[in-house]
Design a binder for this molecule. Structure first.
Ligand code: SP5
Ligand code: ZN
Length: 342
């Protein structure tokens, strides 16, 4: 299958994150893409295409708030105007009992448009964020043109980004933007199958009240795992979307036996929905060696994921999400994609 990516992802680097009381260098690194590309070339998975420049805001505004996108576009200018130039992260959020009111100052805006301290900006962040949308749309276009599958090698990832919130290393929800692109280009129903270790809270929020996009999400139980505030089994959608969200949480230590059974259950729900296209939010942080996660999938399990998804028999767009064991991520990503191709 063909791979779409942009070298501009590299502009989002040397940032930091806030985790359980500690500010650390970011786990979400440019090297992730390097290792995946290296493995793609080693096995000859397919042609790697550089994403062409498109209007990322025009594509993203179909699933994101316009004021949120404008804030991200303006952020670096506002930050420089404060006399700052280093990486930043938010530090105050509107929580229960406070007002949903848009402040004017950059420090307030940063909190208003985020839900954690995991999405920090550097000078090139907005450029990189837009280029991930180019990759997602470029790969979607390949499928629109008749290909059975394509891989958007996006960075930064997207599934934690909600309609007006960044967090969890995510700014624009690349998979959601692509799903909407399919609907705007003839698809009647799209499924987003999220296999990242973490619950795709942003994707769920964006489509929660819609019946044209089914969300099926395998993840670590959010009673004990990030992002904590969504991802439970009783979240099934609302209104028009009732019944079109399926959360499949699993405990720490989950291995293929449990995870593979959950994937099979997920795929049966997808078969019942009958989507025109499947968008896979392809996180690889389920790997036993992942530095921030607690599942135990092994390298040999990833081709089985691809094979089960292929058995759905639907046009399939893979969109890269998490996965932080940088030395292994290439094997695991290409494992899924090779398993899909059979
Ligand atoms: C796209 C994606 O996978 N985002 C993940 C964001 C996770 N952020 C919180 C992780 C908390 C894990 N704590 C790490 C401690 C490592 N010693
Ligand atoms: Zn993740």
């Amino acid at each position: 299958m063909r791979i779409v990516y942009s070298p501009r992802h590299r502009l989002h680097a040397d940032n930091q994150e806030l985790n359980a009381g500690v500010i650390t260098p970011a786990f979400e690194l440019p090297a992730r893409v390097d290792f995946i590309l290296k493995r793609i070339e080693a096995v000859g998975l397919g042609e790697v295409i550089e994403a062409k420049t498109i209007d990322a805001v025009a594509a993203a505004v179909k699933v994101h708030d316009a004021g949120y996108l404008q804030f991200m576009a303006d952020f670096w200018t506002l930050w420089l105007a404060e006399g700052r130039s280093g990486p930043t992260m938010p530090y105050v959020w509107p929580a229960r009992g406070q007002r949903d009111i848009r402040p004017e100052h950059v420090n307030g805006l940063m909190g208003y448009y985020s839900f954690d301290g995991g999405a920090s900006f550097v000078e090139g962040t907005w450029e990189a964020v837009q280029s991930a949308v180019w990759s997602a749309i470029g790969a979607a276009e390949l499928i629109g043109g008749g290909e059975r599958a394509a891989y958007a090698l996006c960075r930064p990832p997207g599934h934690h980004a909600g309609s007006s919130t960044m967090g969890g290393y995510c700014f624009i929800n690349n998979a959601a933007v692509a799903a909407q692109w399919f609907l705007d280009h003839g698809a009647k129903r799209v499924t987003i199958l999220d296999v990242d270790y973490h619950h795709g809270n942003g994707t769920q929020e964006i489509f929660y009240r819609r019946g044209d996009v089914q969300i099926v999400d395998l993840h670590a139980d959010t009673a004990v795992a990030y992002p904590f505030f969504s991802g439970r089994t009783d979240e099934t959608g609302e209104g028009q979307g009732e019944g079109f969200t399926l959360n499949l949480p699993m405990p720490f230590g989950t291995d293929w036996q449990t995870w593979g059974a959950a994937l099979d259950h997920a795929c049966r729900a997808i078969e019942a929905f009958g989507p025109d296209v499947v968008v896979v939010s392809l996180g690889l942080d389920t790997f036993e060696g992942d530095p921030i996660s607690k599942f135990r999938l092994k390298r040999e399990d990833y081709p089985k994921i691809g094979a089960r998804i292929a058995a759905l028999g639907r046009p399939t767009l893979f969109v890269q999400e998490g996965g932080y064991a940088v030395e292994d991520i290439g094997h695991n990503a290409v494992g899924v994609l090779s398993g899909f191709e059979g």
